[in-house]
Design a protein around this ligand. Sequence first.
Ligand code: 5GP
Ligand code: ZN
Length: 112
Amino acid sequence: MTDCLFCRIVDGEIPADIVVESDDVIAFRDIAPKAPVHVLVVPRAHHANVAELADASPALLARMAQVAREVADAECGGEFRWIFNTGASAGQSVFHVHGHVLGGGELGWEPA
Ligand code: 5GP
Ligand code: ZN
C-alpha cells in the first residue's frame, strides 16, 4: 500500500468525485474548491511534480493538457487557468503531480 494520497485515489482506495477517467489520466474535483470550477488533473503514474514529469514523460504531460481542455470544455466554456504548484514553498502539498484547472467565473490574480 502506498502512502501517496493521489495514488490511492487513482487506485480507487479513496473516493473522489471523478469527472474524467482514461487509461493514463484522471480528473476529479478538488475537496476544497478555490473557484466555481476546481478540478485536479492527475496522471495515473506517480511523478512527484511537473518538472519531473516533463523530464520522464513529456507525452504524458501533453495528455494532461488534453484532459484539462476536456474538463474546461465541459464545465467552463473552454476557458481556464492551469496551475502546477511545484515545491512546498510554492504551495505544493501533495507530491504526486497534478494540474489545478480553475474556471467558471472571473478569476482574480493574487498568487502570493
Ligand atoms: P497542492 O497544494 O499540492 O497544489 O494541491 C493539492 C490539492 O489537493 C489541494 O487543493 C487540496 O484541496 C486537494 N486535496 C487534498 N486532499 C484531497 C482529497 O482527499 N480529495 C480531493 N479531491 N482533493 C484533495
Ligand atoms: Zn502517487
